[in-house]
Design a protein around this ligand. Structure first.
Ligand code: FVH
Length: 308
């Protein structure tokens, strides 16, 4: 295919055979995630063209049937849908700026991790060059791609999402969040915050247990069901946030403030760091100082939204 040739290939369904014809896909970026994406498209039966800045990473994919583009423009020209998954948005722009006019008429699906503002700026830049833009947040590790456990969040062009739904669903479960391209990265980073909070809690708890040489693995028998039980309270807390009614009959900020003093003292006694816990203590103390001592922990959401 010539570089300046526009492709208008759409996924088509043949009702007589019940089969969907799959469009060619190009994958830009063959790191751990990009390689998993390309491999999945190949397995799904797409003609897959790949490009990576550093040559050599495509060798295994070539053996599985991928076409290797020697230049980024060649990869973009090969398919109506171009999936980009590189380190960051700086790299995305370096790549797209090199592409120039060849972008017009194509669907650019950017699965690179970034911020809502970066996604919105990139969408404006891409659509300004006559292409369509769909942003995506991958909620999975590479080994999960192509399995039902993987989730990819999308936002931006609904037309691209609908047109290429049969292609994108090969990567895992999918969720279209709206036409604002910033939504996918917003949800992505919010979910990652929840994950890091949970991991942080587990790391701290495990350090406490290990201060007495108790095996960490044995402790998971208690901590896993504990976290599962506690996660059941999240919908109620969310309701308090949505209604603005943070009154509680469970546990007030006053009680948590007292509990936290014991908690921090115990860490010091056991000789472990309080680095992960003092920020939470700081928020609770601020809530009490601002007059919300009788509110529940859900009040902390409002405090986080109004940084001092
Ligand atoms: N791996 C994971 O578990 C997470 C899961 C959630 C989503 N993330 C995001 O996916 C993006 C790519 O991550 P990755 O794991 O594939 O990362 P690497 O294996 O380190 O590969 C990075 C690729 O980016 C290319 N690259 C870097 N800078 C440039 C540039 N200036 N121009 C062109 N390409 C560039 C790099 O190329 P090379 O170093 O091989 O030449 C790799 O292909 C990322 O946003 C995660 O947050 C993954």
């Amino acid at each position: 295919m010539k570089e300046n040739e526009r492709t208008e290939i759409k996924v088509s369904y043949d009702p007589s055979t019940g089969r969907v014809s799959l469009p060619p896909v190009s994958v830009i970026g063959l790191g751990m995630m990009g390689s998993a994406l390309a491999q999945t498209f190949l397995k799904e039966g797409h003609q897959t063209t790949v490009w990576n800045r550093t040559p050599g990473k495509a060798d295994a994919l070539m053996k599985q049937g991928a076409k290797i583009a020697s230049k980024v423009n060649e990869a973009i020209a090969a398919s109506p849908i171009v999936v980009i998954c590189v380190l960051d948005y700086g790299a995305v722009h370096e790549i797209l700026e090199e592409a120039g006019e060849i972008l017009a008429g194509r669907a650019i699906v950017n699965l690179t991790n970034g911020t809502p503002a970066q996604a919105r700026r990139t969408a404006a830049w891409v659509t300004g060059r006559g292409a369509e833009y769909l942003d995506g947040g991958i909620m999975a590790v590479p080994q999960m791609i192509g399995n039902s456990g993987a989730l990819v969040l999308y936002s931006g062009s609904e037309k691209v999402f609908q047109t290429y739904h049969p292609t994108l669903k090969g990567l895992g479960a999918l969720n279209f969040l709206g036409e604002d391209p910033g939504l996918a990265p917003l949800y992505d980073l919010a979910l990652l915050s929840a994950m890091y909070g949970m991991f942080g809690g587990f790391f701290h708890a495990t350090a406490m247990i290990r201060s007495e040489q108790i095996p960490a693995e044995a402790f998971t028998e208690l901590v896993v069901p504990w976290l599962q039980a506690m996660s059941a309270s999240l919908p109620l807390m969310a309701q308090a946030v949505d209604t603005g009614d943070h009154r509680t009959n469970v546990s007030s900020l006053y009680i948590n403030q007292t509990g936290f003093v014991n908690f921090i003292d115990a860490c010091r006694e056991q000789g472990i760091s309080t680095e992960l816990m003092t920020p939470i203590q700081g928020l609770i103390n601020r809530g009490v100082a601002e007059g919300y001592g009788t509110d529940g922990l859900s009040r902390l959401v409002e405090l986080i939204r109004k940084p001092v």
